[in-house]
Design a protein around this ligand. Structure first.
Ligand SMILES: [Zn+2]
Length: 232
């Protein structure tokens, strides 16, 4: 049966080849979403191994984190940008899961993150989620969860209403604007949890900061932050 399934899969692969979301070449057996070469070429930060990494420093004095990291460097025109673009705007949610698994492997290798007990993706604006149809960070979280064997929650941290455009506002205005955005449902269920807050790309960190502050107002034990990529 396995052989027949393999033959059918090979035949379907000839008609509808699975292509790498990084470079567009046809994937081999066993390759999922991203080809071996693209995976090898990804610019890993190894931030999970350094407490004083640039992402952790970004949050110093802003929120109290057990650990904060991003897996990849994000540069304009790079393969990382291309992959994340496909995840966010081209319905390539499986790529989010695969990148999440790579992230999960790194988190699991670090004592800082090993005690994670619940993974929470940063919620999108409700309007944005409606127009996109999904939250890309939720798929990253699911990939992490598969590796770390920890549950994902999308029901505790809630984004309440649409914020006005942030592009022309200063950092403090943005901060003020974000504060009213997040709320917690059933905070008692978060008691003593080590929460891993997950986002796609970290730039200013203002969204993670606002959601982190909201979570830290509940009786959680620890808060950590992980993102796919960090934009310097
Ligand atoms: Zn590739």
């Amino acid at each position: 049966m396995i052989l027949i399934r393999q033959i059918v899969n090979d035949f379907l692969g000839l008609l509808f080849p699975y292509l790498c979301n990084g470079c567009g070449i046809q994937l081999y057996h066993g390759e999922k979403e991203i080809c071996t070469k693209c995976r090898y070429d990804l610019p890993f930060t190894d931030f999970q191994n350094y407490a004083a990494n640039p992402v952790a420093k970004l949050f110093w004095g802003r929120i109290s984190c057990n650990g904060a990291m991003a897996m990849l460097y994000f540069r304009k025109g790079s393969k990382v940008q291309h992959l994340i673009h496909r995840l966010k705007y081209k319905d390539q949610t499986q790529t989010g899961i695969e990148l999440g698994k790579l992230l999960g492997e790194r988190l699991l290798s670090s004592p800082t993150y090993q005690t994670t007990s619940l993974i929470i993706p940063v919620p999108l604006h409700p309007k944005k989620q409606k127009s996109r149809g999904y939250n890309q960070s939720e798929y990253i979280a699911r990939g992490i969860a598969e590796i770390m064997q920890v549950p994902v929650s999308t029901t505790h941290l809630i984004r309440q209403h649409h914020t006005s455009t942030q592009t022309k506002k200063g950092r403090y205005d943005r901060f003020e604007n974000m504060q009213s955005v997040f709320t917690i449902l059933n905070p008692g269920q978060l008691e003593n949890q080590h929460i891993l807050l997950v986002d796609d790309v970290i730039t200013t960190g203002s969204t993670l900061e606002a959601s982190g502050i909201t979570l830290l107002a509940t009786p959680i034990k620890q808060l950590s932050i992980a993102a796919l990529a960090y934009s310097e």
